[in-house]
Design a protein around this ligand. Sequence first.
Ligand SMILES: [Zn+2]
Length: 235
Amino acid sequence: MGTTPRSAFRARLTRLTVLATAAAATLTATTTTAATATPSRAAACTGYVGLTFDDGPSGSTTALLDVLRRNGLRATMFNQGQNAAANPSLVRAQVSAGMWIGNHSYTHPHLTGLSQAQIDAEISRTQQAIANAGGGTPKLFRPPYGETNATVKSVAARHGLTQIIWDVDSRDWNGASTDAIVQAAGRLTNGQTILMHDWSANTLAAIPRIAQGLASRGLCAGMISPQTGRAVAPG
Ligand SMILES: [Zn+2]
């Protein structure tokens, strides 16, 4: 009748074992969740999108690179030549952070209103400024305002540049809210590219949620192929 001291001890031991096993299971679950939540994990990628940031490098570039790196994102930075010349260390910081560097003209003019010689100068001076800063020789070109014509495109091609416009416009340049920028990124599909800007505070704030949204859809931030103009696996 009743429990002997020995069996009471055994019951308590069993309960302790169950608790310890549950604790270990919780630990394992936590570790697994943390690992799969990293958006840059290649195994989770079912497609790639091109994140692009225009107009840098500038005073906002360091914060932008920090948040991109913290969220495991790589992007294409379409730099203005005059900004690269004024901030060569920021061009190197972009490269160190794993970003790809593109050409966005030297002074950000409306290129379609310029002569062929002026267009050439805008593009070639930018190639030189980025290379001088340590950013390599760009292979991608985005005309300011997305304004282009056959002359702009052929001058860019002569400098070995592929013109890249965009599939999705975040409208951060027009005061879009952080929510609206996150929603715009949510419309990206495999291979597509989104327009954003180096200087936009709302874009900076949107980046963690953009990273989460892409990861939840199995999309990863890729490089833009100079051959096809589409986002592909970094290589
Ligand atoms: Zn621009």
